[in-house]
Design a protein around this ligand. Structure first.
Ligand SMILES: NC(=O)c1ccc[n+]([C@@H]2O[C@H](COP(=O)([O-])OP(=O)(O)OC[C@H]3O[C@@H](n4cnc5c(N)ncnc54)[C@H](O)[C@@H]3O)[C@@H](O)[C@H]2O)c1
Length: 393
């Protein structure tokens, strides 16, 4: 590797642009300990998407395949931000070529592929990590701190939902998100985030039950052009079947004795991106809502009960990630999900650069953790297929 870190992003879609911007901003955060970050290429099979993103985020060139990135000897670090079913082939090709790989969640769309990827990663020269972005969300990281340092204490009950509405309109075009086996829909797409966050806060899930998967809209029109993310484009009169879940729900048991209730959806009209949870703990509770990412709600069971109750805590430089993690790191300036991608990119680049863990942001999740996350989702699907049966992990 040169004394620079040379970066590429595969996929210039909804999340690919967030990765592209994050590599650009990563070295502007905190102390300047990273070597120069060179933004080399954005690869997308859609040349228009790729070249627009490259120009917008300042990458030197575009490519149109992951193979071109794997073959390039001027690239060290690659984000894989394409459909879940394509992760394995790209990641395997990149790791075989000696690249460091940050792969989007979920690790893959099948357990078999995910396990093969983890096995390869364990023996690869490059670093392989998964992007569970919400662990970088300051409010979520702070609630975790409050649980672990005993202010909130042991979690008794987690209640979480990730409601989205990108699919509630029957005219929303068919895309890769609607294809795949049971559990590869909303459960994999946003349930992967929610289950990861629940374990991040509450510790290991030991069993799931009450699994339920349903498809509210059974077929969708084919788009007449390329679809990016959840965009609506002109559609044809030809419809194809939706193969996977619009909605999923389940209960979980945690190793610490706590219980959890989970619900995810892509047809929750009016909720474009509502990751919302509440954790009820030994000494109080906390609530997070992604629509208001610069605050948490906190209830501490202290003082006069007649005056007690939930209060709003505005997040700022006293909370995780924010001191030095914003250009203007003053109280109440506000921030959002895009910053979480920057913190993630920073953590990954610090690991690649050899910054010691103690001096770095928390490391990104390993491929083994990506497999673990998928095992939970797989158990939910098994529970749903067995009429809600309890499945132990
Ligand atoms: N962490 C998060 O918050 C978050 C948010 C959204 C999506 N994601 C994840 O990111 C990944 C991509 O999702 P998205 O919403 O950005 O998808 P998207 O459909 O918006 O973009 C995917 C892009 O990949 C391109 N592509 C397809 N095949 C390709 C290939 N072989 N080589 C190069 N490019 C190719 C497509 O042209 C498209 O532009 C998924 O794994 C998804 O789960 C994560």
């Amino acid at each position: 590797m040169s004394n620079e870190i040379r970066v590429a992003v595969i996929g210039a879609g909804m999340a690919g642009k967030a990765h592209a911007a994050a590599f650009r901003s990563a070295s502007t955060l905190y102390s300047p300990v990273l070597p120069p970050i060179k933004l080399v290429s954005i690869a997308d099979m859609n040349p228009e998407f790729g070249s627009l993103a490259a120009r917008r985020f300042g990458y030197e060139r575009t490519d149109t395949s992951w193979q071109a990135i794997a073959a390039a000897d001027d690239i060290d670090v690659v984000s894989v931000v394409i459909a879940n079913s394509l992760h394995r082939q790209a990641v395997e090709g990149l790791l075989a070529a000696g690249k460091h790989v940050l792969c989007e969640k979920p690790l893959s769309d099948t357990m078999e592929d995910a396990r093969a990827m983890a096995e390869l990663a364990a023996n690869a020269p490059g670093i392989a990590r998964v992007g569970f972005t919400f662990r970088r969300t300051p409010g979520i990281a702070y609630i975790r701190d409050l649980i672990r340092n005993g202010v909130l204490g042991n979690v008794l009950h987690f209640s979480g939902r990730y409601w989205t509405d990108y699919g509630f309109d029957p005219a929303a075009p068919m895309s890769w998100r609607y294809k795949g086996s049971a559990g590869s829909g909303a459960l994999a797409d946003v349930g992967s985030h929610l289950t990861y966050v629940s374990e991040f806060l509450c510790g290991d899930i030991t069993a799931v039950s009450g699994g339920r998967l349903s498809t509210a809209i059974k077929e969708r029109p084919l788009p007449l052009g390329a679809v990016m993310g959840h965009d609506h484009v002109a559609v044809s009169d030809t419809f194809e079947a939706v193969e996977n879940d619009d909605y999923a729900a389940f209960s979980a048991e945690f190793a610490n004795g706590g219980s959890g209730g989970f619900e995810v959806s892509r047809v929750a009209a009016g909720h474009a991106n509502s990751l919302i949870f509440e954790v009820f703990c030994a000494n109080g509770s906390a609530r997070f809502d992604q629509r208001r990412p610069s605050e948490i709600q906190l209830f501490l069971n202290q003082g006069d009960s007649a005056q007690n109750g939930y209060r709003q805590v505005i997040l700022g430089p006293e909370h995780p990630y924010l001191s030095g993690g914003l250009p203007m790191d003053a109280p109440s300036v506000g921030f959002g999900q895009n910053e979480a991608f920057s913190y993630q990119a920073r953590a990954f680049l610090e690991e690649v650069a050899g910054v010691p863990e103690a001096d770095s942001l928390p490391r990104c999740a390993t491929f083994d953790e990506g497999v673990r996350n998928m095992e939970i989702l797989d158990a939910v699907t098994a529970s749903a297929q067995a009429n809600g049966k309890l499945i132990t992990l």
